[in-house]
Design a protein around this ligand. Structure first.
Ligand code: ATP
Length: 371
């Protein structure tokens, strides 16, 4: 966990500082982002950070979500995006979140949603008897296809005869590239906790023979190129059960957009919950977006209750992407230390506020011993 195994990073910088776009967003987003950014200076890598205001407040003032030109600016002039959360009850249909987050995922072609499922402390695991080494794997969720492309429609809406269709889009190219990414990750030294690396593909080809038949056929073809890797497949219902029953069997899990969405929340739950779940939305070698798995959590916003550790762990992934994995490792170790010392917020059974937990990470990072 504390050693980077990230194979999707940028090429080394050409003598200039890395440029980071920060979209803190709504609710607890700005609270946790502010804490995580405190780590930048002690980590000692000079970054050019630019804040973007896209959020519910900004939308209510200006009617702007993701402005024209934003995609090309981010793609061409930034190395990574650090994202808090979007979502606000004042904004109907989540239009800001949809335009900004889905706009960036699709527009920047961030096809890998990478989520570590790594237990930091066995007391955070709700499964009896599981230790840190038992819950230590990665999920790669396909991030640009599936029902999220929002193809479909409804007919005779709001009548008893209403018909509603959401299409599940799967392309050979899209499926193949995420499966290849899974094998790339599994074969990085230290990524696997088993003698041979393992990739497990999760689908539901028995119920969705066309869409997930494509996943199965593609998986078999790519797997044949990796005879040294143990390749297996599970139906998603069985995979959900195995995440809880035998998480130790997994190294790298690869799955579709919808199943990945669901399974990774389950993955977060077996590690202590949303307060410690980090993620990256990645296009290898290009500007990519890193966000905590949790949303804006309006119920706890502004109360000092938000756990900032997911944001710190997310920032560590961003450093990995920049090719600064030593900084990423340092930050992960600091988070691990505060969790093991119980210097955590209430969602993890501690007493600390958001900023006090941030203080604890900063102290761990700078080597100070006072609690
Ligand atoms: P979304 O629909 O974007 O996922 P949401 O508000 O429905 O947003 P989350 O914000 O992801 O869902 O989280 C669900 C609940 O989990 C929150 O309402 C909050 O109580 C709790 N929670 C989420 N993130 C944190 C956190 N960082 N610290 C403490 N509690 C959290």
């Amino acid at each position: 966990m504390t050693q980077s195994v990230y194979p999707f990073g940028l090429a080394p910088p050409s003598g200039r500082r890395r440029r980071i776009a920060v979209i803190a967003g709504d609710g607890i987003g700005p609270e946790v982002v502010a804490q995580a950014l405190r780590a930048v200076e002690p980590l000692g890598i000079a970054l050019d950070i630019q804040h973007f205001p896209w959020s519910a407040d900004h939308y209510l003032k200006t009617q702007e979500t993701l402005p024209k030109g934003a995609l090309s600016e981010l793609r061409d002039h930034f190395d990574a995006i650090f994202f808090g959360a979007l979502g606000d009850p004042r904004v109907p249909d989540g239009v800001v979140a949809k335009d900004v987050l889905l706009g960036l995922r699709f527009g920047l072609d961030l096809y890998i949603n990478l989520r570590p499922v790594q237990l930091l402390d066995e007391k955070l695991c709700p499964i009896k008897g599981k230790q840190r080494r038992d819950v230590n794997f990665w999920v790669l969720r396909e991030n640009t296809e599936g029902p999220y492309v929002q193809m479909g429609g409804s007919f005779k809406r709001d009548t008893p005869d209403e018909v509603a269709i959401s299409e599940d889009l799967n392309t050979r190219r899209g499926v193949e590239r995420i499966i290849r990414a899974a094998y790339t990750l599994a074969n990085v030294p230290h990524a696997s906790s088993h003698k041979t690396p393992r990739v497990c593909m999760v689908d539901k080809a028995n119920a969705l023979p066309h869409a997930h038949g494509l996943w199965q056929r593609t998986f078999r073809q790519v797997a044949a190129e990796y005879p040294e890797t143990t390749s297996s497949h599970l139906f998603v219902d069985v995979a959900a059960m195995e995440f809880v029953r035998t998480p130790e069997r997994f190294d790298v899990v690869v799955t579709s957009n919808l199943f990945g969405d669901i399974l990774t929340d389950l993955g977060a739950a077996i590690c202590g919950g949303l307060g410690v779940a980090a993620s990256g939305n990645i296009h290898p070698g290009r500007c990519s977006l890193f966000e905590p798995v949790h949303g804006s959590a309006p119920d706890i916003a502004g109360k000092g209750l938000a756990n900032p550790l997911a944001a710190f762990l997310t920032l560590a992934m961003l450093y990995d992407h920049l090719g600064e994995s030593q900084a990423g490792d340092r930050l992960r170790r600091a988070v691990e230390q505060v969790v093991l010392a119980g210097l955590v917020t209430r969602d993890l059974g501690g007493q600390l506020s958001t900023s006090e937990c941030g203080d604890a990470v900063l102290r761990a990072l700078t080597g100070a011993t006072r609690n």
